[in-house]
Design a protein around this ligand. Sequence first.
Ligand code: PAJ
Length: 278
Amino acid sequence: MRIVRTVAALREAVGTDPAVPVGLVPTMGAFHAGHLALFRAARAENDVVVASLFVNPAQFRPGEDLARYPRDEARDEALADEAGVDVLFVPSVDEMYPPGFQTWVEVEELSRGLEGAARPGHFRGVATVCLKLFSIVRPRRAYFGQKDAQQAAVVKRLVRDLDLGVEIRVGPIVREEDGLALSSRNVYLDPAERKAAASLSDALRDAARAYAAGERDPVRLRAVLVARLRAEPLADLEYAELVDAATFEKPGTLAVIAARIGKTRLIDNHDLSIPLPG
Ligand code: PAJ
């Protein structure tokens, strides 16, 4: 695996032959099994696999965890190499946002609700860095996780609206044994919080069971989600909604949740028309 830190070195390592399919997995590092599953999916479908490791300051709000976001490049390099990544792109902030940088892309409606409302400017940062990565790497396919469902919807819309010609693949959510969705931020949880964090997937499982039992009223399905989260004293519910998976408009069967466990903000989601095992 090659490690490159500049746009020029990346272009040189990847080449520009349109006949060679390139798969890109954008990441912020602190790899876990969710990231590794995306690397493997890219490996299976492309001749060249590029992963980017860039903690993108533009998608963090002041007061969020940019400064303390977990970073361990040596560990990430070993894991990426093992999972079949050919080129790991690790640019500096200056390489991605050189002095005078002032061009931003915004996916307007999809960025407004839920995560966009809780984190204003977040999806503008995500869309801009993804557009930059697509234009630097020129991948045939790019891989994202369903864990960040609204992000995946924003990126799909970006590609469609700007005719970027990148095939967006979305991998399933990889979960811990108790259902907690893997996240780089789970390391912030102390043991009691870690236990309480399972309440997010518990709530999604309860609602999927209610759906399987015939419940279709979005108000009552939402009440099932809320009840389970309110029953966990360490969980502070931010939102729980049922939305359409493509438009993120209400109503739909995609249940999306955000909650704080102590100081840590977690998100999860699940399509209620599919049972959630556990
Ligand atoms: P990051 O949080 O590092 O996630 C990188 C990719 O891994 C995202 O597409 C995310 O949805 C996926 N992922 C995270 N946890 C997962 C899980 N438990 N199961 C499956 N996939 C999972 O998301 C970002 O970085 C950034 O916003 C980025 C797209 C790189 C732009 O900066």
